[in-house]
Ligand binder design. Structure first.
Ligand code: IMP
Ligand code: MG
Length: 179
C-alpha cells in the first residue's frame, strides 16, 4: 500500500468485478443504439478504459475536461469547460463516464449542457458516489460503489495530480492535505 494512504477502500479485484457488472447492464440497456461515450478528464480515464472494453454496442469515444468555480455547492458556482467535445451530440445517445459524484454540481451542469445541445438521451455512469455530500438534485443512472465522506485517490483519482496510477482506491491520510 502507498505510504500516504490511511487504508485501501476498494481493491483492484473488487473494482474490476463491479465495473464489469455495471458495464454489462449499461450495454444491455443500449442494445440497438450507437452511443457516444463521453469521458470526463482526467479522473475518469482508467475507469473509462475498463468500462468501454466491456461494451459490445458500437461506440464513439469523446472527452471533456471541466472545472468548477465558486463554492461548488451553491447555484452561484460555475462550470468552466477546459476542453470541449470534438463531436456534435445532437440526436445522440450520450453516456457520461465520471470518476466520482460529490456535491453533484459538475454532473448537474454537464447534463443540462448536453440536453441543451440536443442529445437524444444522457446516461450518467459514475465509479464512486459520496451521496452524503449531495447538494444538487441529481443521481447517477448507474454507480459502481457508494463510499463514505472521505478523500479518496487511485484508479484515476488524484490529490494535486498525484496518485492517479495506483491500481486500487485508497483513503488519503489527512496529514497529506491538512498541512
Ligand atoms: P462535484 O461537482 O461536487 O460532484 O465534484 C465532483 C468532482 O470533485 C470529481 O470529478 C472529482 O474531480 C472531485 N472529487 C470529489 N471528491 C473527490 C475525492 O475524494 N477524491 C478525488 N477527487 C474528488
Ligand atoms: Mg473529476
Amino acid at each position: 500500500m502507498h505510504k500516504d494512504l490511511e487504508r485501501i477502500l476498494l481493491t483492484e479485484q473488487q473494482i474490476g468485478e463491479r465495473v464489469t457488472a455495471v458495464a454489462r447492464e449499461v450495454d444491455k440497456a443500449m442494445t440497438g443504439k450507437r452511443p457516444v461515450a463521453v469521458g470526463i478528464l482526467k479522473g475518469s480515464i482508467i475507469f473509462y478504459a475498463d468500462f468501454i472494453r466491456c461494451l459490445t454496442v458500437p461506440l464513439e469515444l469523446d472527452f471533456m475536461a471541466v472545472s468548477s468555480y465558486g463554492s461548488g455547492s451553491t447555484s452561484s458556482g460555475k462550470l468552466k469547460i477546459k476542453k470541449d467535445l470534438d463531436g456534435d451530440v445532437k440526436g445522440r445517445d450520450v453516456i457520461v463516464i465520471e470518476d466520482i459524484i460529490d456535491s453533484g454540481f459538475t454532473l448537474a451542469c454537464l447534463k443540462k449542457l448536453l440536453c441543451e445541445r440536443g442529445a437524444a438521451s444522457v446516461t450518467i455512469v459514475t465509479l464512486l458516489d459520496k451521496h452524503e455530500r449531495r447538494t444538487e438534485d441529481i443521481a447517477p443512472d448507474y454507480n459502481c460503489f457508494e463510499i463514505p465522506d472521505e478523500f479518496v485517490v487511485g484508479y484515476g483519482l488524484d490529490y494535486d495530480e498525484e496518485y492517479r496510477s495506483l491500481p486500487y482506491i485508497g483513503i488519503l491520510k489527512r496529514s497529506v492535505y491538512q498541512k
